[in-house]
Design a protein around this ligand. Structure first.
Ligand code: PMP
Length: 385
């Protein structure tokens, strides 16, 4: 097999941890029951395993088990949270979100606007941060819900979630957070953080693709978006993806257990990567706050270079410029634009996101490789311009 690039794109997706895979496998074959079958062992054991997974997901959030609704991933969870809230409370029509949200929020907001909602898109500062005061000042009588991503998928910037949550709770406004990139990487306590709705996805934390969950705080009004057999306490119908849910549960358990040691290891590796690149390559800047940031992410803007050529030349490492979900588009990243970057610098920005299987040797190789590639690409750029 051809030599594979060094994988530094863990924010796009993660490999399934072998321990997660092992836990999932029997549920595809011998234990294939439908968790809704109440009349025989196959159904009972599947239902029990799903409830065990619900406990594991609830634990990583500090939630109660009955507050977890299994979905197909964070996109669905975001849709259910926003559309379900809108439909459940027709007297309130105002939403607040942030310009740097994922498309799985921004596109839902655009749809809501077509349905008669009004949405305010808060502008972050040059570090990618919004302030609790901005939220406070934007809340109106008819504000229904505030949705703020916990940690940004492109820059890793972490928003002041607890402070925003407190403001929303005091104002009687629902608070949703897309925590897809934060779960397993940051401490989360939905009660203390004043969260009503929280989206997460298995494939960002070493679980399978196509599985996720929405945390719904008890008594939160939410209209059903998927009608059918009344699964998930009537909140999301459809035969449960038993292997996927079990994988999500196991992935949460593993991340929860390894949390502190893993955060430290990744922060050390990321800092080594970033520090060395900044030291040895001139004209590079970090995009977003370096203080309020996920420990495994570094988004770097390379000046005086053709961004497209840089990415094309970086064949030995798997990285991303902008969100992987929109990488088919040639538009500069809306996140980096909101931070004030020029189109040119946004195109010449590279997101490095490290993960559980990243080694120090890989980072050393990546540094060397990036240094060489930037130098040769810049030489071509200068000779052409
Ligand atoms: N929100 C964020 C912040 C994400 O990074 C992603 C995945 N790129 C999603 C939502 C969508 O998640 P999923 O792939 O599970 O639908």
């Amino acid at each position: 097999m051809m030599n594979r690039p060094i994988y530094l794109d863990y924010n796009a997706t993660t490999p399934v941890d072998p321990r997660v895979l092992e836990t999932m496998l029997p549920w595809f074959s011998e234990q294939f029951g439908n968790a809704a079958s109440r009349t025989h062992l196959f159904g009972w054991e599947a239902a029990e395993a799903v409830e065990n997974a619900r406990r594991q997901v609830a634990q990583i959030l500090g939630a109660q088990e009955k507050e977890i609704v299994f979905t197909s991933g964070a996109t669905e969870s975001n849709n259910l949270a926003l559309l379900g809230s809108f439909e459940a409370s027709p007297s309130k029509k105002h939403f607040i979100t942030v310009q740097t949200e994922h498309k799985a929020i921004l596109d839902v907001c655009q749809y809501l606007e077509k349905q008669g909602a009004e949405v305010t898109y808060l502008k972050p500062d040059a570090q990618g941060l919004i302030t609790p005061q901005q939220v406070q000042e934007t809340i109106r009588e008819d504000t229904l819900l505030v949705s703020v991503m916990w940690a940004n998928n492109e820059t890793g910037v972490i928003q002041p979630i607890r402070e925003i949550g407190q403001i929303c709770r005091n104002a009687g406004v629902l608070f949703h957070t897309d925590a897809t990139q934060a779960v397993g990487k940051l401490p989360i306590y939905v009660e203390a953080d004043f969260i009503d709705l929280l989206s997460l996805s298995a494939h960002k934390l070493y679980g399978p693709k196509g599985a996720g969950a929405l945390y719904v705080r008890r008594k939160t009004p939410l209209a059903i978006q998927m009608h059918g057999g009344g699964h998930e306490r009537g909140r999301r119908s459809g035969t449960l993806n038993v292997p996927g849910i079990i994988g999500l549960g196991k992935a949460c358990e593993l991340s929860y257990q390894a949390f502190h040691t893993e955060i430290k290891r990744l922060a050390d590796l990321r800092d080594y990567l970033e520090r060395t690149i900044l030291e040895f390559i001139p004209n590079v800047q970090v995009n977003g706050s370096v203080i309020h940031r996920l420990p495994h992410v570094s988004n770097l803007a390379f000046g005086a270079i053709d961004g497209e050529a840089l990415l094309l030349n970086l064949t030995k490492i798997a990285v991303s410029n902008g969100s992987a979900c929109t990488s088919a588009s040639v538009h500069p990243s809306h996140v980096l634009k909101a931070l004030g970057l020029s189109d040119e610098l946004a195109h010449a920005s590279v997101r490095f996101s490290l993960g559980r299987f990243t080694t120090a040797e890989e980072i050393t190789l990546a540094i060397q490789y990036v240094t060489d590639t930037v130098a040769t690409t810049r030489a071509t750029f200068i000779s052409l311009s």
